[in-house]
Design a protein around this ligand. Structure first.
Ligand code: IPE
Ligand code: IPE
Ligand code: MG
Ligand code: MG
Length: 344
């Protein structure tokens, strides 16, 4: 097994994921190769920055979704592999930009790129990776795939800016939280599945739509759980203080539920703290204790599970039974299970 791939497969993520990646070992190895080639640059720091993050592993969920979606629709081919790499490049680009935006210091257990090379270089590295993704798609030349990915990029940016627009706003609604999750995270997973199907030239728009919708539901579930994890973990587990999203002013879905569960007088205090941007880590830790006692995080996880279950149910309806599809569905179920149950 090659170096990078071993890093990915030595994943400590979970038994469900290990099983999926064991099955996808060959195609994922090819994806890793394309990733490494795509980040080659005569400018030494560009490659160094990109490899810093890519070689740190990451769960590689999105390329796995592309490959499995392709397999559900036909036979995985070289286009599938190229698209899977393009999806991961776009994801990586967003992570780099996101860490600049969030002032996050750690990513994939390593120092975030901007902390080592500075914001200026990090932003350019993100742009470089976006371009690398489109370069791969341009070589393939399918205008519908390029359009899908361009729309997805716009949506991710819109999601990030919508989130910024709503920071320190204690009145963010449940549906706004879900809309942010859809735009910044779920649309990329939707695209990962959609272009997987497109890579095998499967006919039937209905099937393309079904996979796209599955990816979207899965992505919303994924982001909700990500938001929950911010409240569940400790500094040691997630590399940041509990509730650090709220410290940054992000009223995520679990925060919405926590605020709604507070007694009236307590809620008023919190609404004021948030709008005045006067929140301390100790106060947030107190809120985290309240959330645990009241089992509010379980409620958010249940909402995530609902999205994931809906996605899977719709998908099952659109798949015609065969040995091949049953096996692929099984792996998609394992990924879904990981996403709703994950603790990391
Ligand atoms: C992190 O995504 C960014 C979000 C959308 C929450 P992942 O948790 O899939 O990141 P990696 O690729 O495994 O590091
Ligand atoms: C990341 O959202 C979404 C994108 C990368 C577009 P978050 O800011 O919630 O993700 P983490 O927690 O930093 O991974
Ligand atoms: Mg972030
Ligand atoms: Mg963010």
């Amino acid at each position: 097994m090659k170096g990078l791939q071993r890093l990915v497969l030595s994943n400590k993520w979970s038994a469900s994921l290990a099983e999926v990646f064991e099955f996808l070992e060959k195609p994922m190895e090819q994806v890793e190769e394309i990733l490494r080639k795509a980040v080659q640059s005569p400018v030494r720091d560009m490659t160094a920055m990109a490899l810093h993050l890519i070689s740190a592993g990451g769960k590689r969920l999105r390329p796995a979704l592309t490959i499995l979606s392709a397999q559900l629709a036909g036979d995985v081919n070289s286009r599938t592999i190229a698209f899977a790499a393009a999806i991961e490049l776009m994801h990586t680009a967003m992570l780099i930009h996101d860490d600049v935006i969030d002032k996050a210091e750690i990513r994939r257990g390593r120092a975030a790129i901007h902390t080592l090379w500075g914001n200026e270089a990090a932003v350019m590295c993100g742009d470089f990776l976006f371009a690398a993704a489109f370069n791969i798609l341009a070589k393939d030349g399918d205008i519908e795939v390029i359009r899908t990915m361009a729309q997805t990029s716009s949506q991710i940016c819109e999601g990030e800016v919508l989130e910024l627009q709503l920071t320190f706003n204690p009145n963010v609604t449940e549906s706004q939280c879900i809309e942010i999750a859809r735009l910044k995270t779920a649309e990329l997973m939707a695209a990962a599945c959609k272009i997987g199907v497109m890579s095998v030239g499967a006919d039937g728009q209905q099937f393309v739509n079904a996979l796209e919708s599955f990816g979207r539901n899965l992505g919303i579930a994924f982001q909700i759980v990500d938001d929950v994890l911010d409240w569940e973990g400790s500094v040691e587990e997630i590399g940041k203080p509990v509730g650090s999203d709220l410290l940054e002013g992000k009223v995520t879905l679990p925060v919405r539920y926590i605020l709604d569960s507070l007694a009236e007088n307590e809620r008023r205090i919190w609404v004021q703290r948030i709008s005045e941007r006067a929140i301390t880590p100790d106060e947030v830790a107190e809120l985290a204790r309240f959330a645990k006692e009241q089992k509010i995080l379980e409620k958010a996880r249940a909402v995530a599970k609902n999205f994931a279950d809906r996605g899977l149910a719709e998908l099952r309806l659109s798949v015609i039974n065969s040995e091949n599809s049953n096996q692929t569905l099984y792996f998609l179920e394992r990924i879904t299970q990981f996403i709703v149950q994950r603790r990391i």
